[in-house]
Write a protein that binds this ligand. Structure first.
Ligand code: GTP
Ligand code: SPV
Ligand code: MN
Length: 568
């Protein structure tokens, strides 16, 4: 018996449908409306869905890697024996009286040697409809199960206490149960594309990262490509499809998108080639407007989207959320499926802060034409970003590979609503990968070092923070489209057009080399309190020690160099 049959005899669905074409997906979309009370929106091709009120974000506490060894910080482990038993217990009969759907799919361009394939079995039509947008249906995956990543998902009883996302990295299997939230259940999303893929990358010599991929069309470097890692809800989607201000557009600048969340990085002949393994976006809705991200708004308008946990304008049958820059609808359905007439604004927010939109990538008006080039794209610059009200300037450049890897490992960011828990607290988020590590962080850092040391030419590394605030709690940087000004400096650095000012943590722009908007203050953007930085170094020392013997010595050397610099 193969693994799929074995699973079916455990979960016991009443019937099985192989979803090998998009017509079947359309039928399931109909079922979401007829059986689940979701809405077809005015464009006729998009739908609005809502979730269980406690199933609105990724559950870090419920996410596990099956391993018989402790894997160190941020990785919940469960022994393989216990994990297998738990899977048996949680899935036993979990699909009784339900239909099971088998979804074969491909990640990456199907004509690329970098592609990977997966098959997911689920009892949730919502999962099928979303996966059919984010991944490409690929019936060939069913021909041979070797190297295929298998996802097993059941909403079961939706008992939130029994929510689990369990990964067997070596066996290429993921089990999600008692949840229907995107990042927990859409196997192709974080489970496969980051946790399983980064494990495969470690074994095979490549990297799977939580990064966007974009091109900048500009007069300085032709076809400039950057990749950028930012923690969840810290600006990847917005940066990936940035709309440049008129003054830049007039001078021939634009940004074109290759991917907004996941980047697979392959070293080849001393160079880095990157692909986006996804076929769609699963983006944050709140805060998205014609002003902040006109390209994403246009992508929604092209139809075939799934809106989850936004509010709905019931008169227009259009989605609505906080920050959309449209008045609160007269007749509104909240994300919890409550209908209100002329709602009191104080009753909001009406959309959940982690409400999401699933969008086909081809809807993106600024999609790079050859986004799915099977050979991938060459990288010029690598950016790491975070959300911090203090302690990090708006941009700096690392002085060396080792320092770049040090700062990437020590990345910290304020918690957002993309994961369950209290928002705002500063926490370590190494490489913006904290929730997605599947093998020890020290080994992960060593793997990065070995991949990058194999290159003929190093890309340059930059760190950004759009979220620095002044003493009144106001952002000191306008962000969104204005971020092109920072990218322009990055391109100038890559083209050796400008020198830089060296600080105790790295290079920052000289005031005359960066085109700041008049509303900003150079010193406010780049000022870092040396005493706070020193405290942070001390705290980093504790973090490094927690990595134990798997932590590479390079990081310790950078740590003591930075400390010396500060004292001189
Ligand atoms: P995930 O999809 O969860 O990985 O998030 P993401 O990294 O793609 O973040 P996204 O671009 O969706 O932005 C998250 C939130 O930050 C949204 O509410 C945005 O409006 C806001 N945001 C994004 N970029 C900026 C920026 O440059 N400045 C400010 N102030 N807010 C931003
Ligand atoms: C993130 O949280 O980084 C997301 C959404 O992109 S989820 O797919 O839920 O992980
Ligand atoms: Mn995103």
């Amino acid at each position: 018996m193969n693994k799929l049959d074995e699973f079916l005899s455990l979960a016991r669905p009443s019937s099985v449908l192989i979803v090998d074409d998009y017509l079947k997906v359309e039928k399931l979309k109909e079922r979401l409306i007829s059986d689940y009370g979701f809405l077809r929106l005015a464009d006729q091709t998009s739908i609005w869905c809502y979730s269980h009120p406690q199933d609105v974000a990724r559950s870090e506490e419920a996410t596990f890697i099956a391993s018989d060894f402790a894997l160190g910080p941020y990785i919940n482990t469960i022994s393989k024996f216990e994990a297998r038993n738990l899977v048996k217990e949680l899935f036993k009969g979990s699909m009784e009286n339900k239909e099971a759907y088998i979804v074969p799919y491909v990640m990456g361009p199907s004509n690329s040697k970098f592609k990977r394939v997966g098959i997911t079995i689920t009892d949730s039509p919502y999962v099928v409809v979303n996966m059919a947008i984010l991944n490409k249906i690929y019936p060939d995956a069913l021909k041979n199960f070797d190297n295929v990543v298998l996802g097993f998902h059941s909403t079961a009883s939706m008992d939130m206490k029994k929510k689990r996302v369990i990964h067997f990295t070596e066996d290429l299997e993921v089990y999600s149960v008692n949840t229907n939230y995107g990042g927990n259940v859409l196997t192709g999303k974080k489970c496969f594309s980051l946790r399983i893929a980064s494990y495969l990358g470690k074994m095979e010599g490549w990297l799977a990262e939580h990064m966007l991929i974009s091109k900048i069309i500009n007069p300085i470097i032709n076809d400039f490509t950057f990749i950028a890692a930012l923690p969840s809800a810290c600006g990847k989607t917005n940066l990936a499809m940035l709309a440049v201000p008129l003054e830049y557009a007039d001078r021939g600048w634009s940004v074109e998108t290759v991917g907004d969340d996941i980047c697979w990085i392959f070293p080849k002949d001393g160079q880095l080639r990157v692909i986006n393994p996804e076929y769609g976006f699963f983006g944050v809705a709140p805060g998205t407007s014609k002003r902040t991200n006109p390209h994403f708004m246009e992508a929604f308008e092209a139809g075939n989207c799934v809106f989850t946990n936004t509010a709905v304008d019931l008169d227009k049958l259009e989605p609505w959320w906080e920050g959309i820059d449209k008045p609160i609808p007269r007749r509104l359905r909240t994300w919890q499926n409550l209908d209100l007439i002329e709602p009191n604004p104080e009753l909001g927010p009406f959309a959940h802060s982690n409400s999401r939109v699933t969008v086909p990538i081809t809807n993106c008006p600024c999609l790079y034409k050859q986004w799915d080039n099977p050979n991938g794209h060459l990288v010029h610059a690598i950016i790491f970003g975070c959300r911090r009200h203090s302690g990090m300037p708006v941009v700096f450049q690392a002085r060396s590979l080792d320092e770049a890897i040090y700062f990437a490992t020590m990345l910290k960011s304020e918690r957002t609503s993309a994961q369950e828990g209290v928002v705002g607290a500063l926490r370590h988020d190494p490489f913006a990968m904290r929730p997605f590590f599947s093998y020890p962080i020290g080994e992960y850092v060593s793997h990065w070092l070995s991949v990058f040391r194999s290159l003929k030419e190093q890309p340059l590394f930059f760190f950004v923070n759009w979220f620095k605030k002044d003493s009144n709690g106001q952002f000191v940087w306008p962000g969104f489209g204005e971020n092109i000004r920072i990218l322009e400096w990055i391109i100038k650095r890559c083209a050796c057009r400008v020198s830089a000012r060296e600080t105790f943590y790295g290079y920052i722009p000289c005031e005359e080399d960066i085109n700041l908007p008049p509303s900003t203050s150079y010193s406010q953007l780049f000022e870092i309190d040396p005493e706070a930085f020193e405290d942070e170094l001390d705290e980093n020392q504790v973090f490094l020690e927690a990595l134990g013997s798997s932590g590479p010595n390079e990081l310790l050397r950078v740590q003591s160099y930075l400390k010396d610099q500060l004292q001189n």
